[in-house]
Design a protein. Structure first.
Length: 317
């Protein structure tokens, strides 16, 4: 996150309490927590592994490749006859991350490039979504979006216990040893299925676009009141007309988006940087940020990539 952008913003929005704490410690500015919504439609839960075979699916950003060796070493001891593992990312992982793992059973690896459609197909084929992680500062602040996506996709997830995952621990396996999670689910298929079903209800109420948009409206309204409040000693100097009020700048640290990955129900575009596209109609008042020229070119997609829900159409400039 850029310190100059942070200074120019009236509020900083982050996704987890741990991220909020890190922002406040580094930049000295209070933040607001707004969860990332799920983007994929709900898929009917399924848990029916073939006897002796488990199909595992890992999907993540290259920044999470470093979690694979640790997680796969745990899974290498799983008590089955064969493992099928599919790895998906925008970049191919180095083969050393998984080829040196000493599995007790035969394992079939398949690495495929990320796309929305490919992710959907891989989720449909797998028995488990695996989400290994590490207890490092950069991992501990991560949001629960990957776990939410697995539950919404109707698959049983085994995940290391990041702070944001613990909220969803009743709807997956959240523990220190991924192998234990796989074997528990294989021994308790009915309960594994029930966890997915309960999880989808929870996710719908907690991480839907409507729920997250309501939180955005709440935060923006609150920040608008704060920045337009009358200063001490100025009395009637407060401007009462909306079009004379100070514009509210909210800095939201989002993930890099590619412009072409348009999610259902959202407008998803880059609005600055080398891949800039026309500002979509759903983004009311989006304009060039005064700090744009001071943002490194490689970071502009991350700062200016936007997801816009139609709910925000008509928000005053």
């Amino acid at each position: 996150m850029d310190s100059e952008l942070c200074k120019l913003s009236d509020a900083v929005v982050v996704q987890t309490p741990q991220m909020k704490e890190a922002v406040e410690k580094r930049f000295g500015k209070a933040g607001f927590i707004i969860d990332e919504p799920y983007f994929n439609p709900r898929v009917a839960p399924r848990f029916s592994p073939q006897p002796g075979v488990v199909k595992l699916f890992w999907c993540g950003h290259p920044s999470n490749f470093d979690t694979l060796p640790y997680g796969l070493r745990q899974l290498s001891r799983v008590s089955v006859k064969r493992v099928q593992l599919e790895i998906m990312s925008i970049e191919a992982p180095p083969t050393s991350l998984y080829s040196k793992v000493a599995w007790r059973v035969p394992v079939d690896y398949n690495c495929i490039p990320f796309s929305i459609e490919a992710q959907k197909k891989s989720m449909e084929k797998c028995d488990f979504v695996i989400i290994p992680s590490l207890a490092t500062p950069t991992k501990l602040i991560k949001p629960a979006n990957r776990l939410v996506a697995a539950i919404q996709g109707g698959r049983f997830a085994v995940a290391h216990p990041l702070p944001s995952y613990k909220e969803l621990a009743d709807y997956c396996w959240c523990g220190d040893d991924l192998r234990e999670g796989i074997e528990w689910a294989l021994d308790h298929p009915g309960e594994a299925m029930a966890r997915i079903e309960r999880g989808q209800i929870y996710v719908e109420n907690r991480f839907s676009l409507e729920a997250v948009c309501a939180r955005w409206k709440e935060v923006i309204a609150g920040v608008r009141l704060l920045v337009n409040a009358p200063s001490h000693g100025h009395g009637t100097a407060h401007r009462s007309h909306a079009h004379h009020q100070k514009q509210v700048g909210v800095l939201y640290r989002c993930y890099q988006v590619c412009g072409v990955l348009t999610q259902a129900g959202l407008v998803n575009r880059n609005i600055a940087g080398p891949h800039a596209q026309a500002v979509p109609a759903g983004v009311q008042g989006a304009r060039r940020h005064p700090a744009q020229d001071r943002v490194p070119v490689g970071a502009r997609d991350r700062v200016y990539g936007v997801h816009v829900h139609p709910e925000f159409d008509g928000v005053p400039r």
